[in-house]
Design a protein around this ligand. Structure first.
Ligand SMILES: CC(C)(COP(=O)(O)OP(=O)(O)OC[C@H]1O[C@@H](n2cnc3c(N)ncnc32)[C@H](O)[C@@H]1OP(=O)(O)O)[C@@H](O)C(=O)NCCC(=O)NCCS
Length: 186
């Protein structure tokens, strides 16, 4: 049953979200969401950025052959809710690093887990990656839990590697191999 669903699912679609390219109309709303402190702290962004800075970042990632970057769109109403990317794509190792964020109003509804799962599925099946890794701060248990639900495992701790809200904090390295991706229940 799960196999049948998977065979017919578009490559960039999950059960709650769809990943798609950035369009000009996305930048203003998404920049306001990423600049909220709850979001930017999880990403290690110390300063708010103007919309032009956000657009320049997305444009650079779009042109960079070692990256793919997407808007996360909620399936039920086509609302743009965040962004995600795979960057530092390395050949021949076939590895990459994952980044993700959602606007705070959209947290805790399973959207982040579905977006991570969809992005990893795309990376393994359509980009021929065999390993995806990420960094998550010790101050971010919500993100760590979302990654664990998709199958990421803790591989190491970078002690006091980040500075978040006036404190030096550890950063966890997590990794996922292609055969470890946890699909949702059918
Ligand atoms: C990290 C992020 C993408 C997760 O997305 P999300 O949609 O909120 O995550 P989900 O709802 O899919 O899953 C969150 C899980 O964490 C759990 N959780 C929430 N708060 C928690 C806490 N304080 N401690 C432990 N678990 C927590 C939720 O209960 C849920 O687990 P469950 O399904 O087993 O109940 C999103 O919160 C976000 O964008 N945060 C800001 C940016 C960021 O930190 N990005 C990641 C950088 S590494």
């Amino acid at each position: 049953m799960l196999l049948a669903v998977e065979e017919h699912r578009p490559a960039l679609e999950g059960s709650l979200v769809r990943l798609r390219a950035f369009e000009p109309a996305d930048f203003s709303g998404l920049n306001a969401l990423i600049n909220e402190p709850g979001v930017s702290q999880g990403l290690g962004l110390a300063m708010p950025q103007p919309v032009e800075g956000f657009k320049a970042f997305v444009d650079a990632a779009t042109k960079e052959p070692k990256s793919v970057i997407f808007v996360i769109e909620r399936l039920e109403d086509r609302e743009p809710v965040g962004g995600c990317s795979l960057f530092d794509i390395e050949t021949p190792a076939r590895t990459s690093t994952l980044g993700i964020w959602l606007g705070q109003p959209y947290w805790d509804s399973g959207l982040g887990t579905d977006a991570v799962r969809t992005l990893c599925r795309f990376g393994f099946r359509h980009m021929n990656l065999q390993r995806i890794e990420l960094n998550v701060f010790e101050t971010n248990p919500r993100a760590r839990r979302a990654y664990e639900k998709v199958g990421f495992v803790l591989e190491g701790t970078l002690r006091r590697a980040e500075f978040v809200r006036g404190k030096h904090v550890d950063s966890f390295v997590m990794g996922l191999l292609a055969e470890e991706l946890v699909e949702e229940e059918a």
